[in-house]
Write a protein that binds this ligand. Sequence first.
Ligand code: COA
Length: 177
Amino acid sequence: MFANLKADLRRNLRDYLPCGPLKRAALCLTLNSIHAVALIRLQQACARHHLPTIFAAKALFWLFKIEVSKQAVIGPGLRLPHPMGIIIAPNVVIGPDCDLYADVRLVLAHGMKQGPQLGAHVFMGDGAKAVGAVTIGDHAIIGVSAVVTKDIPANATAVGIPAKIIAENNQRNAEAP
Ligand SMILES: CC(C)(COP(=O)(O)OP(=O)(O)OC[C@H]1O[C@@H](n2cnc3c(N)ncnc32)[C@H](O)[C@@H]1OP(=O)(O)O)[C@@H](O)C(=O)NCCC(=O)NCCS
């Protein structure tokens, strides 16, 4: 839990660098993304240690209307810049350093057990959704309100319903915040 949380904090604070310990502490107390991500990590740590997850899960739901399955695998460096209405279903895989904006849904298709798999540094814009066992490659950008129903290759930008690729080599790279 702590290794992931440390990476989450580092990434969430990156926009505000350079900042001293006081400003860092103030940001930790005020940034919604950090609070939501910390609750997700707490829920996952409870699940891993066979402790009740209900308290963290309810806090996530009541405060942010976020629901995350215990069976989701979430890499380090997660950012949720506007943490509201996010749903992450069982067997979803989220790679390191991903950004999920408000109302992102990563959900199972009817009758399927495998959820969407996101690579590293994937950006899912406001209201973007991925349905079923789709793979979204590293550094992909999924636009506002897009619905991904087919695999999206690395570095592609996809928009619309169903999501169509509008760029194949976007500029989002490992150094992007
Ligand atoms: C996907 C996105 C990154 C594309 O940005 P871009 O590369 O600058 O693309 P453009 O704005 O030049 O648009 C290219 C085309 O895609 C269309 N398009 C862009 N975003 C779209 C979207 N979300 N849904 C449908 N079509 C979209 C444009 O209308 C344009 O179509 P045209 O070529 O027929 O005129 C951007 O539109 C987006 O959705 N960003 C996410 C914003 C977000 O979630 N912010 C959260 C913080 S508040």
